[in-house]
Design a protein around this ligand. Sequence first.
Ligand code: ADP
Ligand code: ASP
Ligand code: MG
Length: 412
Amino acid sequence: MGVIVQKFGGTSVGSVERILNVANLVIEEKEQGNDVVVVVSAMGKTTDSLVKLANDITSRPSKREMDMLLTTGEQVTISLLTMALQEKGYDAISLTGWQLGIETEPVHSNARITNIDPSRIQGELKKGRIIVAAGFQGWTKEHEITTLGRGGSDTTAVALAVALQAERCDIYTDVDGVYTTDPRYISSARKLSSISYDEMLELANLGAGVLHPRAVEFAKNYSIPLVVRSSMERIDGTMIEEEASMEQSLVVRGIAFEDNITRVTVFGLKNALTGLSAIFSTLAKNQINVDIIIQSQTDENCTNLSFSIKHNDLEETTRVLETYKDDLNFTHIEQESNLAKVSIVGSGMISNPGVAAEMFQVLADNDIVVKMVSTSEIKVSTVVDRENMVKAAEVLHTAFHLDQNEVKESLV
Ligand code: ADP
Ligand code: ASP
Ligand code: MG
């Protein structure tokens, strides 16, 4: 008898009927003789509604109070699901972040888990209880409530799976697996039977919202078998594992995209030698995440620099740069919003030069201007106008045969 961690996202627990459906899936797992820990998100769009409530009061809510507010969403779901399980005759108990022993760093809104003390959970499991755990939340040594970032319930689930040495972590959601790209936008997207941790991590980091990146990171580091599957339909999902050998032949395995990208350009940066580190350490100290960076050397002592950020960080970025303008020693900044990032991902790229060239050619053939580029061994990312995002993903999906690679697989 092993521990199984199940996780159900917002849509899957979005109504009383759906919570009852989840209760049945939990009971099925329990009836197999397993210890079950079930992690849930806030119901439906609750978290978005709470964010909106805060924004109706202030455009700059304190991060601490946001965490206090947002963690209430999950607390509603855990109690309701526990009641549903009890009503069906099962012994269950709901636990919030601190009761679960989930300790995080002392950062609000996007905290990393630093430690899990599973003793309370283990004690409850020993009593034969089903644990219903609040996703997305933790607490600090100073007893502050924190959250793990939007979509963070996936990470709660995998982290608990690690702490409890679970046999498996099943992520139940509103799609029936990981697709070659977001099936809600691109109808020819195809479900993958398996995908490697590394590819999934890139896709998640590049905007494929189906899994929280840190959940994949944990699963990879601790070799936790992770399955993404439907909470509505009883069909096989996608296995995320070390090597996804079946589809080894594919150069590109998936396409991810995200909008709300802004490009900031810093003009006339003096001290080319030290200016770069000064700019980025100043931004980092102010918790601003910079993604793609392009530097163009204008002459020995003066350079222009472009970098991309999430649009939400624009106000803070300009504030920080303007505050330290004299120290940083640049002439002026410009910004361009309404951009999006479209990326191709696949471990086959390592041994296939020319993939980036092919990507740029396909985009050019479709009159899509590429504004920034970044590459790694297994991905190429491009920044394009927001209005071209879905079209870019669509043409690349077709160009790299992602809509028909079942055929390729059978040829291997
Ligand atoms: P949950 O609330 O269950 O955590 P999410 O909305 O966070 O669900 O994640 C599921 C969504 O992820 C899907 O509805 C889909 O639109 C999106 N998605 C993005 N990229 C992919 C992909 N490659 N495969 C499957 N779903 C994807
Ligand atoms: N409820 C949180 C969110 O909507 C966490 C999660 O669903 O994973 O982001
Ligand atoms: Mg999610």
